[in-house]
Ligand binder design. Structure first.
Ligand code: ATP
Length: 511
């Protein structure tokens, strides 16, 4: 399966097995809006729990928050979203398709990098063991040409966007000969800025109504509650506030399935630190977050850091953790050193002090903030796309398998009576009720046992318990492992411990 085929398969599998549906599908759907089905909602919840436990439960100085989606409109003026939360867009006059100008250029640079990588792979084959890739990248004229051009393109784009020189962004697209993927033409409009916030009216009469926004990030709910939490929780700096919840962005280009949605969920943590100590904590959180990802076992080679050249107006350092999605390496999480920009801006706009008295140094100050911000839906896509595989079995048949990390699997245990008679269903239901308080379990008695195993492989169920005639004699069942397909015979009285040992989230979160 190549990457394109894999991605198509992920999308169709997600629908067929109740993970993700297009929103309002019976009305032909809405672009870039999706619903999570019976298995999707469980996987999403488990990823959220994994994050929450790692961030809140495992850190004594981090607490949670659930702030409202609607916030006072001045919030968004203070945060800069009203004036600066724009994406540069460009239209192709022939296809009438709209693109993000920066994404067109990023894709162009990525293609150059891929060409350089291909040359390296070819050379590695040619030179065998003596091949020194780092040296080759620096000295081979063709490879160096590709990489330099990619870098120059990104640097010039960052500079032009920073200076709001949209004419130069268009000039760059033209110079690079970038064509519309749909029409193939280079007939572009000017580049324009487009604000990504959704606005709506609050209040029952048109006169008294005021414009409010659906929050484009959860972070601001944390900033405006900084003192509430600090005081009532008697928090001492450094400390963090974590929150998960919906965010809304009127994205210009809706594509790549749940990677870029107009309604999505974020998991954010703002860590408040003493001014001057932010870089220490920035490094700390970069490392902590990459470890959290890598512990899942989706392959270390599938992650990389992208340190930003172009910094947002609020940041003094920023990096993305990128994941190798089926469509290439793309941002999964951002780690930003936001200075005191947000708290200061809210102080200014609200006229309220948002300061902290630090008893250790006997000083009042506005804390600096290091944030970690990850999209839950993107994380979902990372897990789902790296889990899906088709395996050839010894007997020549194939099985479709979702090798989701076991603690995240939507259904942990399937309990299956071998036959629908002889008292086996009754025993199976007893087994089910002994486990279902601790784990999401399913009872399934329809179809032959092989078919039921396949069905659970396809939704990623790590364990199948089968109740057979021997169970009636010696109180044992078989426990089948999704990945190895090995079955062990185990006493019903040992089941709870064994299941816990295999699927517990503790396997991921050991201190
Ligand atoms: P991008 O450059 O891909 O638009 P961003 O840099 O604007 O993302 P942030 O504002 O840093 O993203 O948001 C933090 C996280 O929220 C991102 O790392 C991503 O995982 C997630 N996210 C942002 N926009 C979307 C979206 N439209 N759909 C799904 N997830 C998103």
């Amino acid at each position: 399966m190549n990457q394109d085929e894999l991605f198509k398969k992920v999308i169709s599998h997600a629908k067929e097995y109740g993970f993700i549906f297009q929103s309002s599908e019976i009305y032909d759907g809405m672009q870039a809006i999706y619903d999570y089905g019976q298995n999707g909602v469980e996987l999403k919840k488990n990823i959220r729990d994994y994050w929450w436990k790692a961030m809140v439960q495992m850190h004594e100085n981090i607490v949670g928050l659930d702030s409202a989606i609607f916030m006072h409109p001045t919030t968004w003026k203070a945060s800069g979203h009203v004036d600066a939360f724009n994406d540069p867009m460009i239209d192709n006059k022939d296809s009438k398709k709209r693109y993000r100008a920066d994404v067109l250029l990023e894709d162009y640079a990525e293609k150059l990098r891929q060409k350089a990588n291909k040359e390296c792979v070819k050379a590695a084959k040619r030179f065998g063991e003596s091949f020194d890739e780092a040296m080759f990248r620096e000295t081979n004229p063709r490879v160096k040409g590709y990489l330099d051009e990619a870098q120059e393109t990104m640097t010039r784009m960052a500079k032009s966007l920073e200076a709001e020189d949209l004419e130069d962004v268009k000039a760059l697209i033209e110079e690079k000969g970038i064509a519309c993927p749909v029409s193939g033409s280079k007939n572009w409009t000017e580049v324009r800025q487009f604000n990504l916030m959704f606005g709506t009216q609050m209040g029952s009469t048109a006169d008294g109504a005021s414009t409010v926004y659906l929050r484009p990030e959860t972070a601001q709910g944390i900033f405006v509650n900084f003192l509430n939490v600090q005081k009532t929780g008697r928090m001492k700096i450094p400390f963090g506030i974590a929150q998960t919840g919906k965010a809304f962005r009127n994205e210009i280009v809706a594509r790549q399935f749940i990677f870029r949605m107009r309604e999505f969920e974020q998991m954010e943590m703002q860590f408040f630190v003493r001014p001057g100590e932010e870089m220490k904590w920035y490094d700390y959180w970069k490392e902590a977050r990459i470890n959290w990802h890598q512990t899942l076992g989706l392959g270390k080679e599938n992650y990389r850091f992208n340190d930003h050249d172009k910094l947002a107006h609020y940041a003094n350092a920023a990096a993305d953790i990128e994941f190798n999605f089926p469509f290439g390496f793309k941002e999964l999480e951002g780690i930003h050193s936001r200075t005191d920009f947000d708290l200061k801006a809210h102080e200014e706009h609200s006229g309220k002090k948002l300061q902290y008295f630090d008893p250790e140094i006997n000083e009042n100050y506005t804390p600096y903030v290091v944030e970690t911000s990850i999209g839950l839906d993107r994380m979902f896509l990372a897990v789902l796309s790296s889990a899906l595989r088709e395996e050839k079995l010894e007997d020549g048949s194939t099985r479709t398998l979702l090798k989701i990390p076991m603690p995240l699997a939507p259904v942990k245990v399937a309990v299956l009576p071998l036959l629908k008679k002889d008292g086996l269903p009754e025993i199976a239901r007893e087994v089910l009720s002994s486990l279902q308080l601790d784990h999401n379990c399913q009872y399934d008695e329809k179809d032959a046992i092989g078919k039921r195993y396949r069905r659970h492989d396809a939704i990623g169920t790590p364990l199948c318990i089968t109740v057979d005639h021997q169970t009636k004699e010696d109180q044992t069942v078989t426990l089948r492992n999704r990945d190895t397909m090995q079955q062990e015979r185990i006493s019903i009285s040992d089941l709870a411990n064994r299941v816990e040992e295999l699927v517990s989230i503790k396997n991921l979160l050991k201190p």
